[in-house]
Design a protein around this ligand. Structure first.
Ligand code: MRU
Length: 353
């Protein structure tokens, strides 16, 4: 039985991009239309759209929006192509860690470079490619979900961190794709969701989307995971990824590394669920992954309200951490579950793609 999720996070609508505004979930579930390339850059940077695969698709849509704007300027085809590639390179810089953003913009750059068409034809080809990437994302997530479901024990409690769900992708999700596919086979499984400070993607988004799809979920704060692991209440951990190095080291939302260490200590399998587009084979290890630094307000405030009494306190706010490959039991991809030695299994998975 296939699990039907109700959520579609981002969609190309002919001339603009429509997306769920994730800054207001779960208080509101509303869509915004992004109509310019600069607005898409800001939507990614300000996390109206977030999650590695979703910002990849947003970037691809952003390139189409820039193309539509440049087409109004009366440029020669040569200047149009040159300026559009510059805009696509700029779009890649809207956030630094999730490599899917660079990957998807690069896919659009390939379309531009390979096109033999006039300006309008290039725009049409970019639209076709954007929609193709959208559809493929859902298909890939379903494959990830089905492979991952095979390693979910009967009646399992699955711990996840941040949101690697339908709302972090076009639909279905990576880590939560595994949950959805497993739930379709065994409706006695349940999820424990880490709150995920500072931006609370677990509390706000993971609990919301699982509840929306009727999957049992329990919210815990980030510091509680070892407590529940020691009590034998967690059977496995599945999280998403923003960038995976060739040796399997994995960048994901800050706090993931702590969960992985706790899982190792308690002999609980810790899995990454991610498409191959999240693997950056150009880097040897996680040391080379750029880590986004975000604003102090994300730490000192929640939903615009200060939580810290000490005004002007020093704050440091890295958005991601890197989990070393030796803490990872497997990387669940659309090509199956990659196991250590990751240098070998990753390079094998990249053959024939
Ligand atoms: O800062 P965010 O919310 O974009 O970070 C998201 C994550 O870290 C997710 O776990 C990751 O992108 C995987 S999404 C399928």
């Amino acid at each position: 039985m296939e699990f039907k999720s109700k959520i579609k996070t981002i969609e190309w609508e002919g001339t603009y991009s429509k997306m769920v505004d994730q800054t207001v979930v779960p208080y509101e579930y509303k869509f915004v239309n992004i109509t310019t390339g600069d607005d898409m850059f800001d939507a990614i940077r300000n996390m109206i759209v977030r999650g590695a695969p979703a910002i990849g698709i947003a970037g691809a849509h952003g390139v189409i929006l820039f193309a539509q704007e440049l087409a109004q300027k009366g440029l020669s085809r040569e200047d149009f192509v040159k300026q559009l590639i510059e805009k696509a390179e700029y779009m890649k810089t809207s956030r630094p860690t999730a490599v899917n953003l660079m990957w998807a913009c690069e896919k659009q750059i390939e379309v531009i470079k390979n096109s033999k068409s006039d300006i309008n034809g290039i725009i049409e080809e970019l639209k076709v490619n954007g929609v193709k990437l959208e559809n493929e994302d859902i298909e890939i997530n379903k494959k990830i979900g089905d492979y991952g479901a095979e390693v979910v024990p009967k009646g399992a409690t699955i711990l996840t961190h941040c949101n690697a769900g339908a709302l972090a992708t076009v639909g279905y999700g990576t880590a939560l794709g595994v949950v959805r596919s497993a739930y379709a086979k065994d409706n006695t499984i349940q999820v424990f969701a880490d709150e995920t400070r500072p931006r609370q993607q677990g509390a706000r988004i993971t609990t919301f989307e699982l509840a929306m799809d009727g999957i049992p979920v329990t919210l815990i704060t980030d510091g509680m995971c070892s407590y529940f692991m020691k009590k034998g209440m967690i059977d496995m951990v599945v999280v998403g990824a923003d960038r995976i190095a060739a040796n399997g080291d994995t960048a994901n939302k800050i706090g993931t590394y702590t969960v992985a260490i706790a899982a190792k200590y308690h002999n609980i399998p810790f899995y990454i669920a991610a498409p191959l587009s999240t693997i950056d084979i150009s880097i040897k290890s996680g040391d080379e992954i750029p880590i986004e630094e975000r604003s102090r307000e994300e730490v000192t405030h929640i939903n615009g309200k200060p939580i810290c009494a000490l005004e002007g306190v020093n704050v440091i706010n890295p958005g991601f951490d890197v989990t070393p490959h030796d803490l990872i039991a497997g990387i669940i991809t659309e090509k199956g579950i990659l196991r250590p030695d990751y240098n070998k299994s990753i390079s094998e998975a990249f053959k024939n793609i």
